[in-house]
Design a protein around this ligand. Structure first.
Ligand code: COA
Length: 429
């Protein structure tokens, strides 16, 4: 067996041998297939990159058929149960688990960098009273590049490291302040005696008490949610970070692009849609009629199905467990019983079984966030904080990868050609 593809171009009768490596062929090899001397050569047309590999990556492995998600080779189930978000962030960024000394230094560094320049606070305060927190987050992450102009020096490993630390450290501060802004409450400074996630909760919810310490079970549940969102290989926002980063811009600008991509409803917004759907169903008795509507193609069962996972989404299983832990503290969200019943009925129904539709990460995450009393606009901010180490690991990999080039896809031109321009004075006579 030869690892190659024999392509016969029926336009010319010519045959080409195209090497196969890692289950892919190089698009540039197809470019050698030409119908004539002046012909630009064959290209692939792939809107949404559904079957195009854009990079080599050793960060995250997904097997959608088997429901496997691994960060740097470690299964998500083990990391969610036994690790912490900052340890997972270290693993993603450095490619290996830390020693005790490395871990302590990492936690110290991140904790030390949680504060932002006072001017960041002033410009965040300049947003309209009802500004969407995700818009505020995107703008303020991008603005950090003006506070750290040295971040442009992306070829220096030490420099990259400090920007990575700064961004992981400051995201919760920016996210929490965006939340407080919408509520008209004073911004709360970081409390560096607390853990990463406990400090975030303190910046979100502290009022007049001298210290805010959230229930440990809530801290753990949110930490697990951050772990579950920390990376997901070449998704839309990571692709945005890589694409913008490929111009060799500083990492704040690249990550701001990632936040922008995540802002869109097709990426970060499904959990909010799940809540709306559950509210609309309203009670268990209405579930059969709702399911009938889905089967008739009138609507979708939000939080079900996934482009990659076709058997189960491993993150959904973990989140379901986190739900129980959170509701033990906050009291049960009445929508939970509708969600559980809906899941039970859907999983037994031929329509969903045949199409391999299972609950995804968003089916339960909205319920948990609501129990924390986050408004839906904050859901994507939480996602962004969790995804930051993933974006930065992918960005770091990109800038060190000698095979990478500036992202510049081809197009199939469908417009006019060679028209003759007449000045307005002639056209409008
Ligand atoms: N409810 C009902 N039917 C669904 C469905 C859902 N949530 N998701 C997919 N289907 C059906 C499609 O209608 C299609 O049926 P058909 O073969 O009879 O036409 C079939 O399942 C295959 O779906 P397809 O749209 O090809 O899958 P995809 O991989 O392109 O889409 C999603 C994946 C995630 C976009 C899709 O499942 C979806 O919209 N889910 C709801 C939104 C959501 O939860 N998004 C969060 C993702 S983490």
């Amino acid at each position: 067996m030869t690892d190659s593809l024999t392509v016969r171009d029926n336009r010319t009768g010519q045959e080409y041998e195209v090497p196969i490596a890692d289950g892919t062929i190089k698009a540039a090899d197809l470019g050698k297939i030409k119908a004539g001397e002046d012909n630009p050569g064959l290209a692939v047309y792939d809107p949404g990159f559904v079957n195009t590999a854009s990079c080599r990556s050793s960060v995250t492995y997904i097997d959608g058929e088997k429901g496997i998600l691994e960060y740097r080779g470690y299964p998500i189930e083990q990391l969610a149960e036994k690790s912490s978000f900052l340890e997972v962030a270290y693993l993603l960024v450095h490619g290996a688990l830390p020693t005790k000394v490395e871990y302590e230094a990492w936690v110290h560094e991140i904790t030390y960098h949680t504060f932002v320049h006072e001017n960041v606070k002033s410009f965040m305060q300049g947003f309209r009273y009802d500004a969407h927190p995700m818009g505020m987050l995107m703008a303020s992450v991008g603005a950090l590049s003006t506070f750290y102009p040295d971040a442009r020096n992306i070829s220096d490993a030490e420099n990259r490291h400090i920007q990575i630390v700064r961004m992981i450290a400051k995201m919760p501060t920016l996210g929490a302040w965006a939340f407080r802004h919408a509520q008209g409450k004073p911004y709360v400074y970081p409390d560096n005696d607390l853990s990463y996630t406990a400090n975030f909760l303190s910046m979100l919810f502290k009022m007049s008490e001298s210290k805010f310490e959230a229930d440990e079970r809530l801290v753990k549940a949110l930490d697990v949610l951050f772990i579950l969102h920390a990376d997901h290989e070449q998704n839309c926002s990571t692709n945005a970070v890589r694409s913008v980063g490929s111009s060799q811009v500083d990492p704040y600008s690249a990550v701001a692009a990632g936040v922008g991509a995540l802002y869109g409803p097709l990426h970060g917004g499904a959990n909010e849609a799940v809540l709306r759907m559950l509210r609309r169903i309203g009670s268990k008795e209405n579930i059969p009629a709702f399911i009938e509507g889905v089967k008739n193609g009138n609507e979708k069962l939000m939080g079900f199905g996934h482009r990659v996972y076709k058997n189960f989404d491993p993150r959904a299983t973990i989140i379901k467990k986190a739900c129980d832990d959170v509701f033990e503290v906050t009291g049960v969200n009445p929508l939970l019983s509708i969600a559980k019943e809906l899941e039970k009925i859907a999983l037994e129904d031929e329509y969903f079984i045949k199409r391999k539709l299972y609950p995804n990460v968003d089916f339960y995450s909205g319920l948990i966030y609501e129990a924390f009393q986050f408004p839906p606009e904050m859901f994507t901010v939480l996602f962004a904080i969790g995804r930051t180490p993933g974006w930065l690991s992918q960005w770091s990999e990109l800038v060190q990868d000698k095979e990478q080039k500036i992202a510049r896809p081809k197009q199939i031109y469908t417009g006019d050609r060679g028209l003759t321009f007449a000045p307005a004075s002639e056209r409008w006579k």
